[in-house]
Design a protein around this ligand. Sequence first.
Ligand code: HEM
Ligand SMILES: *[C@@H]1O[C@H](CO)[C@@H](O)[C@H](O)[C@H]1NC(C)=O
Length: 500
Amino acid sequence: MAILLALVLIIAISLNVLQHFLLPANRSLPPVVFHWMPVIGSVISYGRDPVNFFLQCREKYGDIFTIILLGRRMTVALGPAGNRFILGGKSTIFNAEDAYKHLTTPVFGKDVVYDVPNHVFMEQKKFLKFGLTGENLRVYVGMIEDEVHQYLQTDQAFLSLKTLSSDEYGSFDVLKVLEEITILTAARTLQGREVRDNLDKTFSTIYKDLDGGFTPLNFLFPNLPLESYRRRDRAQKKMSQFFINIIQKRRTSSSHGENDMISSLLGQKYRDGRALRNHEIANMMIGLLMAGQHTSASTGAWALLHVAYNRNVADSLYEEQLEFFCTKGGVFRSMTYEELKKLPLLNAVITETLRLHPPIHSIMRYIREDVLVPSSLNDIFTVPRGHYALASPAVSQMDPHIWKSPQTWDPYRWIDSDFVSSSFSGLKKGTESVFQPFGSGQHRCIGEQFAYVQLGTIIATIIREVELRRDNGVPRPNYQTMITCPREPRSIFYRRRTHQ
Ligand code: HEM
Ligand SMILES: *[C@@H]1O[C@H](CO)[C@@H](O)[C@H](O)[C@H]1NC(C)=O
């Protein structure tokens, strides 16, 4: 039996290889990247390090090529033109629901996001945008400061702030800490009081189970008879009900003045005049939670790792805080939203971190109709319906033809204005930009401003209270999780600040 299997495998591989080299390729289709195993295709190289894999493919095949991933044909289009082709494409051809819904609907629930036709989701996206006004963000800064301050005072990870003397270092796992601070601060602000009050209780276990159903495995296989899939399904129902209870209470009570998303969604109406149903609001809240949690947490973790390793940047960040917010009495005052937006180094630290570590390395669409694309080598390819399209803004963000020392984390490249205007002519806004960690086009992120407020306030508050240090470089990225995050060990040393 084993021999038979081995034989079948060898024949399959041989046929696949022979076909690749002997049969003439259809010149009107993008070149298929060579792979040994039929069906399985390039899943190993892609899964290990997609950005480097794409850079290597580009050397061989140009900006447009097709990779095989577990039987799916994914046509990758790189560079500004590739990003524009895919992200700027019409939703009737480049379809997001068909690419994502089998992953997202079991987690978010029915009738929202990719479970509804594109035009309905676009209305829902507009509702979410209404909840992220400057007025709300302004209130959030103080709330986030407060949560981070509390966390540093009370969490186990920072216990040594009290027990150690000021010249001794403690250490913490930066991803773990950022995951916790991110959910605390998102709950306090966007998610609302009821969520914040339940974070230590029911909410966090349900959240964990739900999150366990939002992995690359779930993307590849929407339904497997595994315990994690069953837990995901149970957790979705509980989480949805948890929000529905809140929404029902809010509808009947007359408590006004909440600056959170539920309060904003309760006031919205679809174009046809219909108000949002309870389960739609509930499931949009789950979508929001999933969209903002690991993206922000991972960005914050990478930022602190680089800051801790680049002590001069850490010092300058602290000085920036002193310069703007140190009162005559020698204590820090709160930042305002307007001030936060204007801090050059703090914002450059976030932007540079998003350049080198964009949390999302692959953006996908399902091709619903044959579509033509000009290649960099003056050919015109047909991308046939049934393919997936894959954009990877991460590749342009690390492209040595575009950026000086792309692998170096250097926030000052965003501050030195000469550099920005000369070498970054490609840095226009829109679908053709070489910098788009938040995507672009119709599906562009709505959470950018919130993420900057959240991350900026978290980083500033930590920098004010502790001194960070890391000697052994910055970890390599882990691409096997949904969101690219730093590998272990990712500890940072810290000690109490003694002076201001
Ligand atoms: C550093 C933080 C974040 C990064 C890097 C990020 C990145 C992205 C990217 C790349 C997309 C485009 C996806 C696509 O085209 O398929 C996106 C879409 C989106 N993001 Fe974010 N995001 C972040 C934080 C947030 C937060 C905090 C929220 C909510 C408050 C959020 C909500 C959304 C929503 C609703 C979409 C729209 C999806 C669509 O239209 O298909 N994101 N984000
Ligand atoms: C090559 O691909 C194009 C586009 O899908 C198709 O119309 C054509 O029939 C193909 N040619 C051959 C020889 O298979």
